[in-house]
Write a protein that binds this ligand. Structure first.
Ligand code: FAD
Length: 599
């Protein structure tokens, strides 16, 4: 059974050489976040992921969760790993010092999180949701709520959840029914049932703090009448410790295709005491903060699973002996050559490598921009960062999770029949990855968000901003001999992107259905261009390093080969997506619903 090795060489390449996080933090006066510190986090984080988490991944999948008397019991090793994570201070790393955190900007921590996800994605979800809930509470909670809950959530003593989904309300949150009746003391009585709640119950912490969307009796219909409430499993007693049970119960847990070690709970709130978070009827504004954080986290889940899939595929392709190379035996002393000699296997491996390594740049680049949005004091620069993050969030979420479907499926394919067998462990990756295009807003919803809100909602300015940003990279690296053809090609794609956006905008003015019909292909097109940007930067840095005579020449040469592969074989997918996006709504909408299947 393969065991995960943190891809530290490539992570270092991205964080130090491509994005230079140390310089980025120095620019904002955070000289304390120097290379030594960042390296320490990477080294120790890698050990935690490899030695503490990775061994629990398989057990978690096979053993799953136990649901007894309304309580969820996590798989063996989960609680021990969680306690260690808290004791070693990892859990407080990015939280604000005001609440007991260490104040490390979250951008760099994506590198650490990626390793944890590869180690055990299901395990990482418990603390990931608490982190999102804490951020939301810190931004929107009253002082009293923050004082009572944040220190315990930040230290990991208590966990957090997000409770949006109901049986009749998934993508459409406007029709949620959970009620919030005001009480005389300023609290609310929360009653309703939520479904699919990740980590709604478990035994890792002594209390669980739910952020619940609900409606007050006189709330306007639709999304404008939704408020957010904090509802703990146990009401804190006078000493701030878990006290009386709060009418919150887990009715059942789902039996799922993947992430078997992450409980997906039906949660009943029965006249539970809750407190308003943020303003009345503006619950979605607060929840969007949590969801945007979680959406980037889900994109990173795709990334972490893809990395492990790549590693397993490469290891297998070097070991498995089948057939001979088309140009004559490469391992004459063995009964057959390793399958990595075959062009088709290499095509699969390079597709994985190009998506994984390019995806890493895209994730960390978005993370670095998030830091800028917090650390920058200049209002214009802050806004520029916010705009870029808003544009990239649906792309990171949807494109990288769709990529994880391709990369994990290719991993099964590289393994042949063995890939379909549980023992290899590779099929777990494909099952675990399958949820990522669905939750935190399906990828269909992400595509609508990108084209409808982020592109047309800004009159196309967001795309112009992206194009200008990518042109800066073209100007920076386009003069390097090996990189010039890539820069020229990317420049053409930018022109195509601008034109496509204009055309779709024109069509959408006449018929709103055009937006929905084009959105998924538009997002894919945009994703490939953004990854092209990342690969251009990676190739540019590699080319410079080679010119300087860097010691690690093989690593940089591999970067250039992979960049070329991306531009030759994956970026051209843009053409198919552009054609499909242009094909219009009529061809999709003309078929009557009853004609989709004939008995
Ligand atoms: C394992 C797991 C964990 C989860 N964790 C949480 C959690 O912690 N908290 C929480 O609140 N929820 C959670 N969810 C719920 C998850 O966010 C929803 O499943 C998801 O948002 C989709 O909603 P739905 O399942 O109702 O699908 P639906 O909304 O019914 O969608 C079905 C299909 O229709 C499409 N569709 C729907 N509306 C539109 C539209 N307007 N335009 C175009 N296409 C549309 C969708 O893209 C999808 O393909 C979880 C779900 C799972 C399976």
């Amino acid at each position: 059974m393969y065991s995960y090795r943190a891809p530290l060489r490539d992570i270092r390449f991205v964080v130090h050489e491509v994005l230079d996080f140390e310089d980025h933090y120095r620019h904002f006066g955070r000289d304390d976040l120097n290379k030594d510190l960042l390296e320490g986090i990477l080294d120790e984080g890698a050990k935690f992921a490899e030695t503490i988490l990775a061994p629990t991944n398989r057990t978690g999948d096979e053993h799953g969760l136990k649901f007894e008397d309304g309580n969820v019991k996590t798989p063996p090793g989960f609680k021990e790993a969680y306690d260690r994570y808290c004791q070693d201070g990892w859990i407080t790393m990015t939280a604000s010092p005001e609440w007991g955190g260490q104040g490390l900007p979250g951008g760099f921590s994506l590198a650490f999180s990626e390793m944890l996800i590869s180690g055990n994605m299901a395990w990482k979800m418990y603390s990931g949701l608490t982190e999102s809930a804490s951020l939301t509470l810190a931004a929107y909670g009253s002082d009293q709520l923050k004082q009572t809950y944040l220190p315990k959530m930040v230290s990991g003593e208590w966990a957090g959840t997000m409770c949006l989904t109901e049986a009749q309300a998934g993508s459409d949150l406007g029709i949620i029914r959970t009620k919030a009746d005001p009480r005389a003391d300023g609290s609310y009585s929360i009653t309703g049932t939520k479904i699919f709640i990740t980590a709604g119950d478990h035994d890792l912490t002594s209390n669980i703090v739910h952020l619940v969307l609900a409606r007050t009796p006189d709330a306007p219909p639709g999304t404008k009448g939704i408020s957010m409430f904090l509802v703990p499993k146990f009401l804190p007693d006078a000493g701030g410790n878990p006290g009386k049970a709060n009418g919150v119960s887990c009715g059942s847990i789902e039996h799922k295709m993947g992430i078997h070690a992450s409980p997906t709970c039906v949660m009943h709130f029965n006249e539970s005491t809750g407190w308003l978070v943020g303003k009345l009827n503006e619950g979605l504004v607060a929840m969007f903060m949590m969801m945007n954080h979680a959406r980037l986290g889900v994109g990173l889940q795709g990334q972490g699973l893809s990395e492990l899939a790549l590693q397993m595929s490469v290891a297998f392709a070097n070991e498995r002996l089948q057939g001979r190379s088309l140009t004559g035996p490469k391992a004459p002393g063995k009964p057959a050559d390793p399958i990595i000699v075959h062009p088709d296997v290499r095509r699969m491996l390079l597709t994985q490598k190009a998506l994984v390594e390019g995806g890493r740049v895209l994730c960390f680049l978005t993370g670095r921009e998030i830091d800028s949005s917090h650390l920058n004091e200049d209002a214009d620069a802050k806004k520029r960062s916010h705009d870029l993050i808003a544009f990239l969030t649906p792309i990171v979420k949807a494109f990288l999770t769709d990529a994880s479907m391709e990369v994990t499926s290719l991993a099964v394919q590289v393994h042949g029949g063995a890939g379909f067998i549980r023992e290899t462990g590779v099929e777990q990756l494909m099952r675990d990855a399958r949820i990522t295009p669905i939750y935190e807003g399906t990828n269909g919803i992400q595509a609508l968000d990108l084209l409808g809100r982020k592109v047309f909602g800004t009159g196309g300015k967001s795309v112009q901003m992206m194009i200008a940003r990518i042109q800066e990279a073209i100007a920076k690296f386009g003069g390097l001999a090996e990189v010039a053809p890539l820069a020229t090609e990317l420049g053409k794609r930018l022109e195509q992107w601008g034109k496509l956006t204009m055309e779709l905008g024109g069509a959408a003015m006449k018929d709103r259905e055009e937006v929905g019909a084009a959105a998924a292909d538009y997002l894919a097109f945009s994703g490939y261009v953004c990854l092209g940007w990342c690969w251009l930067a990676a190739a540019g840095v590699a080319s410079k390093k080679l010119a300087e005579g860097a010691a690690d020449a093989d690593f940089y040469k591999a970067k250039l080969v992979t960049a070329k592969f991306y531009f030759d074989r994956l970026l051209p997918r843009c053409d198919a997506h552009a054609a499909a996006a242009r094909a219009g709504a009529a061809g999709i909408m003309s078929l009557p619903a009853e004609h989709f299947a004939f008995a």
